[in-house]
Ligand binder design. Structure first.
Ligand code: AMP
Length: 465
């Protein structure tokens, strides 16, 4: 089954000055590139019309000076997208531009709707024609068909039917509107520049522009930015906040801050608690670059075992690199990572990574380090076992593929061929994040899904992807 999943970055600017924000959006998207490498797009309003440019590829492959110059205006938004194979076409790239009774709008979305198929069928029955297959287009069309007095009311009406995790930025001719789903599953932050406001999936993109962090958009909140400034509305009240735990574990950049917690610090603490829970005497702590670095530094600080690089990552590797042919595939992880033989030879090493999904990467890494001459290889993971699939926008495996859903810890250790294996406990993970349990979505770890998953979707995702 090829399913559409959007695991993306969104960025918007309302600029009160004369300068066009296209270049700033470009740099914002550049800072969010880790959230999606498949396509990039920018939509800009000059007060009269909305111009759009989007294409497949990385931000710096999609845009150049000439294209950015063409995108002149005062308000704009951009998007970087990552999706699973099968849906990798430009029609699915964002922003999505649609005509509505409230004027043309552009929409950029990070997250995943769990009822997109039903909404799409309903819209088709009403005569709506779709150009792509994303749930983002469904959201935009839901707004277009909503019969309300104004755009804000139409968005509220449309999103009341949208179930799942979504952080959305919408551009009209005159406004920029930022919306988070009722549980606030995906992050979204607001920043202020001298001449305007910025909204971004992550704060690392505010820093790049010198924008001051103002606050996060709250769950169930709609923030409207217009000529007068910021206005807040609560469009859906009463749901518990359930911020995605995987943003803290792996997805967001370590220099970002979510809900007041810096990701580097949180991951450092995850490593520290991991060392307390799964201590071992060893010669060296090695991170799996780059996702395992902050936790490895934390593990080393707590255990007093020296931290060292034992694996070098090819910096130019991205998710969009040409798929290796069979011969190279057998080399597996070697394309990405190469051990420093002289650093690990004869040593008892502890390898730290943020998570194990299918187990294939960890298994290959352990083999690589052993072949490089390490005496013992111990694996430590700075999050609990990943047991359940995500339905809200993180591209994880199905339950059948998730190794922890199918094997015991000892079974995983054997598969990985590690001398020992230790996972961080859920309790310590939450402590490192410094948010109450109830404000996190930890469905991938504990099966507690904040938005109920329809049975049909569940059974599909449990078996296929
Ligand atoms: P696996 O080989 O499937 O066990 O993959 C584990 C590796 O993938 C770890 O190094 C993680 O940092 C990384 N990882 C975890 N979640 C994701 C994700 N959603 N997308 C891409 N990589 C991931």
């Amino acid at each position: 089954m090829s399913e559409i999943k959007d695991h993306c970055g969104v960025f918007g600017i309302f600029n009160f000055a004369e300068d066009s924000p296209a270049k700033s959006i470009y740099y914002g998207l550049f800072a969010l590139q880790h959230r999606g490498q498949e396509s990039a797009g920018i939509a800009i309003s000059d007060g009269q019309q909305i111009k759009l440019y989007k294409a497949m590829g990385l931000v710096n492959q999609v845009f150049n000076e000439d294209i950015l110059r063409e995108l002149s205006g005062k308000i704009g938004l951009g998007h970087v997208r990552y999706s699973t194979t099968g849906s990798s076409i430009v029609a699915n790239a964002q922003p999505i531009v649609v005509e509505t009774p409230y004027g043309t709008i552009a929409l950029a979305h990070n997250g995943n709707l769990i009822n997109a198929q039903e909404l799409r069928s309903e819209l088709k029955r009403k005569g709506v024609k779709f150009s792509g297959t994303t749930d983002s287009e469904v959201m935009a069309q839901m707004i277009a068909v909503s019969k309300k007095d104004n755009l804000e009311a139409a968005i509220t009406d449309a999103f009341k039917h949208c179930r799942g995790g979504y952080s959305v930025v919408i551009l009209s001719k005159d406004n920029l509107i930022a919306v988070r789903d009722p549980n606030g599953i995906r992050p979204l932050s607001i920043g202020k520049m001298e001449t305007g406001f910025v909204v971004s999936s992550e704060t690392c993109a505010l820093d790049i522009l010198g924008a001051q962090f103002v606050r996060d958009v709250a769950n169930g909140e709609m923030v409207i930015i217009d000529q007068e400034g910021l206005h807040s509305r609560t469009w859906k009240m009463g749901e518990r906040e359930a911020l995605c735990v995987f943003e803290f574990i792996y997805f967001a950049r370590p220099d970002s801050v979510i809900n007041g917690r810096n990701l580097y610090e949180a991951r450092f603490d995850m490593g520290k608690y991991l060392a307390k829970e799964h201590p071992i005497e060893a010669d060296m702590i090695i991170p799996v670059p780059e996702s395992g670095i902050p936790a490895a530094i934390g593990y080393s600080a707590e255990s007093k075992i020296p931290y060292g690089e034992g694996l070098i990552k090819n910096r130019y590797i991205g998710r969009t690199f040409i798929q290796p042919n069979q011969e190279i595939r057998e080399m597996g992880v070697r394309v990405k990572l190469n051990p420093i033989r002289d650093a690990v030879r004869g040593k008892k090493v502890v390898v730290i990574d943020d998570s194990i999904v299918r187990g294939t990467t960890s298994r290959q890494i352990i083999r690589l380090i052993r072949e490089a001459g390490a005496r013992e290889v111990h694996m430590r993971i700075s999050s609990p076992p990943n047991l359940n699939p995500c339905f809200y926008g993180i591209d994880t495996a199905t339950r059948a593929e998730l190794i922890a859903a199918n094997l015991s810890i000892e079974g995983i250790r054997k598969y990985l061929e590690a001398d020992s294996l230790g996972y961080l406990s859920l309790k310590s993970l939450v402590r490192a994040i410094s948010l109450p349990n109830k404000n996190l979505c930890m469905a991938c770890l504990n099966g507690d899904y904040p938005v109920k998953i329809p049975e049909k979707l569940q059974s599909l995702k449990l078996l296929f992807k």
